[in-house]
Every structure is written in C-alpha cells, then in structure tokens.
Ligand binder design. Sequence first.
Ligand SMILES: NC(=O)c1ccc[n+]([C@@H]2O[C@H](COP(=O)([O-])OP(=O)(O)OC[C@H]3O[C@@H](n4cnc5c(N)ncnc54)[C@H](OP(=O)(O)O)[C@@H]3O)[C@@H](O)[C@H]2O)c1
Length: 329
Amino acid sequence: MKAIVITGVGGPEVLELQDVPTPEPQGDQIRVRVRAAGVNRADLMQAMGGYPAPKGAPTDIPGLEYAGEVDALGPNVAGPLQVGDRVFGIVSGGGLAEWVVTPERMAVRIPEQLDFVQAAAVPEVFLTAHDALDARAEVRSGERVLIHAIGGGVGSAAVQIARAMGCQVFGTTRTPAKLEKAFSMGLGLDVGIDVGSESFVEVINTSTRGEGVHVVIDHVGGPLTAGNMEAVATRGRIVQVGLLGGSVTTIDLRILMAKRITLVGTTLRARPVEEKIAATQAFAARVVPWLERGVVQPILDRVYPAESAKEALERVKSNLGFGKVVLTF
Ligand SMILES: NC(=O)c1ccc[n+]([C@@H]2O[C@H](COP(=O)([O-])OP(=O)(O)OC[C@H]3O[C@@H](n4cnc5c(N)ncnc54)[C@H](OP(=O)(O)O)[C@@H]3O)[C@@H](O)[C@H]2O)c1
C-alpha cells in the first residue's frame, strides 16, 4: 500500500509517499481502506524527532485519524461493524496510509450526509475538544467558556461544541480575519478577541463585569497562562490542550489558591487504547448526533492528494489556515 513515511528527522521535507506492507487486522481489530485522513501538528512533531509514536503504533507512518470503509475484520470482531461500513476515528498512528488497522470500538459510523473528506476533518479535533470541555472541564450549560486560537482545528471544533453545550463562548486569535470567518460561518462565537490589538483579560473583565469565565481551553500555553488565571472565575477550570507558544511559564500560585482554580492538562495521543475507546464512545454518543443534525460541522481548510503530503504539512505549519487540512488516498 501507499503510506506517508517519515524518512529522517526534520520538517515536512522528510515525509515521502512510499510503498509499505499492508497491515492485517489482528484480534478485535478492523482494517479500513482509508479514503481521507486529517493532518495534525503531532505528525509534524513526530517527524521533527523527540515525539515518538505511542506503543503499538507504526514508528514511521504518522497520522492520528482517518475516514474510509471497513474492508476486513480481525478474527475476534464481534460486530456491529461489517465490511463496507463507512467509518471514521482516531488511531495512535499510521493514519496517513491507504489502509489502517484499529480496534473496532475506536471506529464510529460516519453520518450519512458527510463525505469522506468532511469526515476526515472530524475525529482528532472534535474528540479532543469534546473530551477537554466535557471530561476535563465538566462544562455545564450556561457557563462562560474562553477558547484560545479559535481558527485552529481544535479551536474551531471547541467553539461549536461549547455553543452546542449551551455556553457563552469567548474566543481569541492573532489573526483578525479568522474572527470574521468564525462569525460569518456562525460557529457560535459570542465575543471575538484579536489578541494582536486587545488584551483578552481586559475584554473578559469588561464583558463579565469582573466575574471572569468558568472555563478556559488553551492551545497556546506559556505566554497565556498568567492571563488565563486572571480571566478565569472563582472555581474556574483551565484545560491545557496545546503548547503552541511554549511550555514554560511563571504563575502566581496565590491566584490559584485564592480562586480555587483547577489547572488540568490533557493529551489524547498518549492515552492507552481503553481510554481512547472511552473518549470515542463519549464522542459517538454526544457529538455524532450533533453532526447528523448540523449543530456542529467539519471545518475544512484545504484538501491535498497524498502525493502532496509535504505541501499539506507546510500548510499546517504556516498557521494560515482555518480548520483542518486533509489528505486523500
Ligand atoms: N492535547 C491533545 O490531545 C491535543 C489534540 C490535538 C491537538 N493538540 C494540540 O493543540 C494545538 C492546536 O492544534 P490544532 O490542530 O488546532 O492546530 P492548528 O489547526 O494548526 O491551529 C493552531 C492555531 O493556533 C494559532 N497559533 C499558532 N501558534 C501560536 C502561538 N505561538 N501563539 C498563539 N496562537 C498560535 C494559529 O492561529 P492564529 O492565527 O490565531 O495565530 C493556528 O491557526 C497544537 O499544539 C496541537 O498539537 C492537542
């Protein structure tokens, strides 16, 4: 089969479309003929070294998600999935390939109205955003939620999920055009903040009469952590999802104590399979019905053929896009 292979340590230039053996489903695994697969920053980080594939995943084929058709069943697959079913899901690696194997319970049927490209833009970012808001932050309807980097894959999914959960949504970006896009697409942003020209702490203070937001979903890290603690309400929750701006920061722990803030981190990729299955089942139960009803929607930035994987990864690296970059196989 054809797969995107990491051929060395470096940027997008080390990724090559190569012929590799097609995997066989073992035990409770199904095999999926991948038609489209989302590209993620983790794929870039893996190619750059120091971010090895989780245990059991291919070491040299990146890819954390896919959309395609079931084409073979392992000997212990009990169903309900059958050969020919259209499925999507997260994997621990190996998603950027024509075929991928995955435990049956980590695969979810694709809603009828989504094609493979649209479906491929869903699993990683919607699972991450749903897990962060629901399981990590325990967001409740009526709460105020701040989401940083709303033009990203996770950010644009988190805005929609927070709105679907009945929250008031504040969102930041460094790129004003992304705010315009989020509003024009009706994603559910209530207050957009251009961090290039205004302080998110001040905007939130003013908009909430000093009460703050109940939850922060942060993909940026270091430079924003102190501001997050100022912007969050008493008994607020801050979920660290990414570290795009850096992993090291200094915080005043007096604020953490005085406000009784919960600061919690999350990663999906490194979790054991059973925890990924649990996150997948929660996504299937709550987010997939929203996709079916159009309450939330995949946000596609660009689509590239597998032969153009380097360009696709350059696009992710550039920060220019809005939503997801997808490869077709
Ligand atoms: N914890 C998990 O399980 C998990 C799962 C998926 C992804 N992630 C991580 O979450 C982060 C976001 O992922 P994604 O897929 O949404 O990425 P993405 O689609 O590439 O979007 C990231 C956005 O963040 C903004 N950004 C980039 N660098 C920044 C910086 N230094 N300071 C402020 N904003 C910055 C950019 O928008 P602007 O125009 O606003 O700058 C960019 O569009 C990544 O770090 C990713 O690795 C974590």
